[in-house]
Design a binder for this molecule. Sequence first.
Ligand SMILES: [Zn+2]
Length: 462
Amino acid sequence: MTRTLISGGLVVTAADELHADVLIENGVVVALALPGRHHWTAERVFDASGKYVVPGGVDAHTHMELPFGGTFASDTFETGTRAAAWGGTTTIIDFAVQSKGASLRAGLDAWHAKAGGRCAVDYGLHMIMSDVNESTLREMPGLIGEGVTSFKLFMAYPGVFYSDDGQILRAMQQAADTGGLVMMHAENGPAIDVLVEQALARGETDPRHHGEVRKALLEAEATHRAVQLARVAGAPLYVVHVSAREALAEIAAARDLGLPVFGETCPQYLFLSTDNLAEPDFEGAKYVCSTPLRPKDHQAALWRGLRTDDLQVVSTDHCPFCFKGQKELGRGDFSKIPNGLPGVENRMDLLHQAVVDGHLTRRRWIDIACAAPARMFGLYPRKGTLAPGADADVVIYDPHATHTLSAATHHMNVDYSAYEGRTVTGRVETVLSRGEVVLDRGQYLGRPGHGAFLPRSTCQYL
Ligand SMILES: [Zn+2]
């Protein structure tokens, strides 16, 4: 039996802040106690005085090695989960992809093969359905039984991932019957494609036009439609990467009606804007993702949504493409820029910065980054909190240390940082995954294959 003691820190969970010592045995938190009021001994002791002791981050939206736009996201499960650990994230939920014409099973098997034996931290899988039909609908209950309980559909990307309203309704009906959760990329893809074609015909080829054609109204319209389809089907709905205030208003309205509608946003929508997309010399391509970055004035609404619980989760949608050779595929045609940003390593720090800046409380930081995503996707309380019985996925976090985000020092396999030069207050000091030390004071001690697949239960908000 291995015992680890983390002493003297401020334990912060979504529910509480308390000065407590944390005792870990065999990879599991077994007890919390008042410092000085116990006689615990351990082989390994971490002194967390002056530090926070928080649950490892849960990033519920990543795309390692995703095939997109003729190339692949540049982080593998090995490099991406290592970078996640550096940033204090100890669970990712990635997206297996069903290719058109193939089964869900084939897509899921392919992602198990990519991730198995390679991850530094634990991982779960969602399923992207790009071909809703009789046979794939029949596969959904089986996947739920295997712990793949959430299914992502796209109202965007016609010809690739797109589902029409009839297909969406059928998948939602099946989810309602079987306990699955539909995750929606809510943008009106067919309308956006018309605007893309018109913009390119006018010679508007720069990255900033990516943001202009993917209009906030078309995100809001799709969000509204997704909510109504979910109501008709009697299904819950989780809207991924909400970026527009108008789309958030649709989610808030649905929640005000008591509907099981949930929303996620991402750090890039909270910290970056169309100003970045407009950076000269094609630099804007670094910030091309969908939904797109919005004008700065949308950020206040997103922060408010996080405070009022109209948005419950902040995930990264980590989907990195190198500037050289990958983003550059779209020189002269913004529609050919691979969509996605790196971020899995930066999320915990950026959201802590939001605590420093007064946007969030400490407990809300842990809620949106750890507890709520764990609950949303059926991993709580094994993940997302520090309590007896929870996996010992623990981060000792120094709230006073400062560091500067940069491609020169990050661990993601991508040649730029979306936050280059930004100094943040707060830094991960030590990371444990199921009791094993993955990172300690700047030294990486993890290994590929430590991370295990997490079969998930269904959404715990329902
Ligand atoms: Zn995504």
